[in-house]
Ligand binder design. Structure first.
Ligand code: AMP
Length: 210
């Protein structure tokens, strides 16, 4: 099964992709994580991406499309995958079409902007393993250390209030039009992304008919 999880930054795409991928036994692929890993390891692509990510802008299409192509060529993707954070604009969606990739369904996770802002500014991630937390909604039982690996919890550089506002603008201008694109293709399912995380996972599974 090949799925796209669409939604604003902080809508919970990553969290839901992690939950649903376990239930469907396919990998969740986050282009944001791939880019952050590349930045951390200081690869050429990572260094080139840094200025865009830190300004809340999209990384150039050709760069992110190449990263995605390399990732989905790996053997664990042979039975499908969940794309989290890709495509982010129409040219990226068209690139998927050109690659001959047939998407089964696009799940749009809807969350109002004011809730997004509160979620992202309070978000913390483990510097070591990338696990996600929130200062009030999902604090780590180990304080400022990751529950899973003990790594330090940090605020992503692009989770400052100004950069979050910029990312939301990019989302509304460039990514949201994809809803119409996939609706026209009869592939869009909308799920409310507010409320209990487990309940949202159940709603996602329900729209997938799984
Ligand atoms: P995310 O973790 O999905 O919120 O992504 C973090 C940042 O990585 C975004 O704000 C962009 O700068 C970059 N990024 C992630 N996915 C894409 C994509 N598909 N196209 C362009 N930039 C991306």
């Amino acid at each position: 099964m090949k799925l796209i999880f669409l939604g604003a930054p902080g809508a919970g795409k990553g969290t839901q992709a992690q939950n649903v991928c376990k239930l469907l036994s396919v990998p969740a692929i986050s282009t944001g994580s791939i880019i952050r890993d590349a930045m951390k390891s200081g690869t050429e692509a990572g260094l080139a991406a840094k200025e865009y990510v830190e300004a809340g802008n999209l990384v150039p299409d050709e760069m992110v499309i190449k990263m995605l192509q390399d990732r989905i060529a790996l053997p664990d993707c042979k039975n499908g995958y969940i794309l989290d954070g890709f495509p982010r604009n129409l040219p990226q969606a068209q690139a998927l079409d050109r690659m001959g990739i047939i998407i089964d369904m696009v799940v749009d996770i809807e969350v109002p902007d004011d809730i997004i802002l509160e979620r992202l500014v309070g978000r913390r991630i483990c510097e070591q393993c990338g696990a996600g937390y929130h200062i009030t909604h999902k604090p780590s039982a180990k304080g400022d250390k990751c529950e899973l690996c003990g790594g330090p919890l940090i605020t992503r550089e692009d989770d400052t209030p100004q950069v979050v506002r910029d990312r939301l603008k990019v989302y509304h201008d460039q990514t949201e039009p994809l809803k119409d694109h996939y609706h026209a293709a009869g592939k869009l399912a909308v799920v409310a992304g507010t409320g209990d995380i487990g309940d949202i996972t159940k709603m996602v599974m329900a729209v997938l008919g799984a």
